[in-house]
Ligand binder design. Sequence first.
Ligand SMILES: [Zn+2]
Length: 256
Amino acid sequence: MAQARQMHPNMGNSFDRVSIYNNSKGTLTGYDCPKCHNKGNYMAVLNDEEILRPCECMEKRKMLKAIHESGLEEILSQCTFDSFEATEDWQKNIKYKAVKYAEDNEGKWFYIGGQVGSGKTHICTAIVGKLIKAGHNAKYMMWRDEIVRLKAMRNSEDFDDMIAEYKKIKVLYIDDLFKTVQGKQPTQADIDIAFEIINYRYIHKDLITIFSCEKYIDEITEIDEAVGSRINQKARGFNLAVAFDKSRNYRLKEQT
Ligand SMILES: [Zn+2]
């Protein structure tokens, strides 16, 4: 090493510069990185040249930003696969399918319909959490509320930008598709907006869509054939339905 230094008389200065730079503080927030001190990069010397390398924390920052922007920040840490209660066979089956889906979905969609309070939101949130960790941006859409907002903006020039958020995000989680504020039947405007989002995502094959819904997929198809058939086709293999059986226990019927 001493020899090498003698051969490169500038190295001494460079070491100082590298050390000064690497110990200086940056302005990034949200995560306190001991390596780059929140600059997002650090300096290294390669073939006598000082170069800036992106710090590993940038991946973590990207993930934290994705969590924040997903709309699920508050429940993502609670609703994981580990915390999903899976004592009954139907719960084990849901968990098995969801874990499998999160690991390798090949661009398929995930649909879980049926009984309220059966952990549907929990399991879908756990899937979204995994997909964010895998580096994808995700967005949560509570249908009942968002559809009201979208319809109110339908004739405004901002509408295209608003709906584009739901069309183009890599992972979209739609909660309670076609649920309406007062339990009424969805209107043609509801159906048109649903179709615009779902058809865009259907055509762009790398976009992932996850649904938890009180309705079974047949009921979605009854409301609108074009919407239902697209979901049905894309969610093949990951289309789950939770129902009560006669003893008031939940059970799982898998739809194909
Ligand atoms: Zn860092």
